[in-house]
Design a protein around this ligand. Structure first.
Ligand code: FHN
Length: 452
């Protein structure tokens, strides 16, 4: 992708908003939950961590399924898991240096291995030679260093007998094909007990991030809440920690009881990854886009296809322009370290955000939508134009009424920006300096007399 496509003509070709969703069912979030939604919405940038025993095979978190490894063999990886270089403090320092405000880590992925000291299963990190509870260490480091912690939690499980009937994946696990009595309700209770542990033993948790119900996609959307007992599960979470947000990466219109809408590998309104055909865009919930830093979620030893820092900054600007957070993924190595390429990008994003962060944090999506030249964000009486693709001028028509006077027009690099304005209509023509190559996102700040 060319980052600075030369666009000679001024343009206002913006992408139309996808179907918006402005109502939920009967769920009424508590005041603490509403406050937590607002805080989450102001953060704009978080880091996703996919880490588990699969990292030892270096082929991503789906290796058990993709390589059709039976559970009896795969589970032996646990006996060799010893990430001797893991340091929660080092992770949190590196992540904080990027300007990210929260971490979402896999507490249990589809392989069913718990990365915490659960009492509900012996298939867990404290039964490996490592013997340490990484979530505990991470929660302590996060609290000490002031960064919020979220837990990813898989609804799907490729190992347990009580995950029955099996869905569309996990058929090579070698599980009993005979239904153990009371199995599904047992599985639901198992998840409840684990969620109780996660929400009572690890300090304040910003969100539970569910994933995997699409494994049972033979059931229509309307039946999913009943199958997974969402009413009970979501209520359990909200009662244990009222400010804990519930998000579910089901790629569907959000269900009652959810607090965040998640988009996988696409900014809201796009569907390049193919997950967002049917989910609309909520106008009442905070939005979050998750994306990989290379092409993989879990550690893949051969995947060096890292997005450049400039591309990641574009992504952050694009998600912010849609009023969404970016949850950017890293797959740590089996020794517990973050890949060097990831650490470098964290550092570089932090450098960019330390200078331009005012145009990202605590902003809303701006009035332009997505345009050829980039996007806009806004905060109070300030409009930020994120010029990602070179253009000579930007025309803003019908966005800020003429009576709202323009007080200042500068770039965040300190350049004065020429704006001509039609006194009657308020239509503005913003002159963009030439030769922006080298700056991944040239930010123009337009300050008005009143809120926009
Ligand atoms: O199957 C998972 C995948 O491993 C990964 O966790 C991503 C992250 O969004 N979610 C699922 C696919 O939708």
């Amino acid at each position: 992708m060319s980052l600075f496509k030369s666009i000679l003509a001024s343009a206002l070709i913006c992408v139309a908003a996808a179907g918006s969703i402005s109502a939920q069912g009967s769920y009424v979030p508590t005041p603490q939950n509403v406050q937590s939604r607002q805080e989450f919405d102001s953060m704009r940038f978080g880091i996703f961590i996919h880490w588990g025993i699969y990292s030892m095979l270096g082929q991503g978190e789906w290796v058990q399924e993709v390589s059709q490894i039976p559970y009896s063999e795969y589970s032996k990886l646990a006996d060799g898991f010893c990430p001797s270089k893991f340091s929660a403090d080092e992770w949190v320092d590196a992540i904080k240096s990027s300007g990210a405000k929260y971490i979402t880590i896999t507490s249990r992925h589809h392989d069913g291995f718990s990365m915490f000291d659960t009492k509900q299963s012996s298939y867990k990190i404290t039964n490996t030679p490592f013997g340490r509870d990484v979530l505990k260490e991470l929660s302590e480091a996060c609290q000490k260093k002031g960064i919020r912690l979220h837990f990813y939690y898989s609804h799907l499980d490729w190992g347990r007998d009580d995950y029955y009937p099996i869905g569309r994946t996990g058929h090579a696990s070698g599980r009993s094909s005979v239904q153990p009595s009371g199995s599904w309700s047992h599985y639901l209770s198992f998840m409840d007990e684990q969620l109780k542990e996660l929400l009572t033993g690890y300090g304040p948790i910003g969100a539970i991030w569910f994933d995997g119900i699409w494994d049972k996609d033979e059931f229509p959307r309307e039946e999913q809440p009943k199958i997974w007992n969402f009413a009970h599960q979501y209520e359990l979470i909200h009662s244990l920690q009222p400010s804990c947000l519930v998000g579910n990466n089901h790629h569907l219109v959000p269900f009652d009881g959810e607090d965040i809408q998640i988009f996988e590998r696409d900014v809201p309104g796009h569907n390049e990854a193919g997950y967002s055909a049917d989910n609309g865009i909520s106008t009442i919930m905070p939005l979050e886009t998750c994306q990989t830093m290379n092409g993989s979620w879990g550690y893949r030893i051969t995947d060096k296809d890292y997005k450049s820092t400039a591309d990641l900054i574009h992504l952050l600007a694009m998600t912010s322009g849609k009023g969404a957070n970016l949850l950017l993924n890293i797959g740590p190595r089996p020794d517990g370290t973050l890949p060097d390429e990831a650490v470098q990008r964290l550092h570089e994003m932090g450098q960019w955000l330390s200078r331009y962060g005012e145009s990202i944090y605590s902003t809303d999506g701006g009035p332009t939508g997505e345009c050829e030249w980039g996007v806009s964000t806004k905060k109070g009486n300030v409009l930020y134009l994120h010029v990602i693709n070179q253009i000579s001028e930007i025309v803003l028509d019908g966005m800020v009424p003429a009576k709202n006077k323009l007080k200042e027009s500068v770039s965040l690099d300190g350049d004065t920006i020429t704006v001509s304005r039609d006194k009657k209509t308020g239509k503005m023509t913003v002159k963009v300096p030439e030769n922006l190559a080298g700056n991944p996102d040239y930010v123009i700040r337009l300050t008005f007399q009143n809120n926009i």
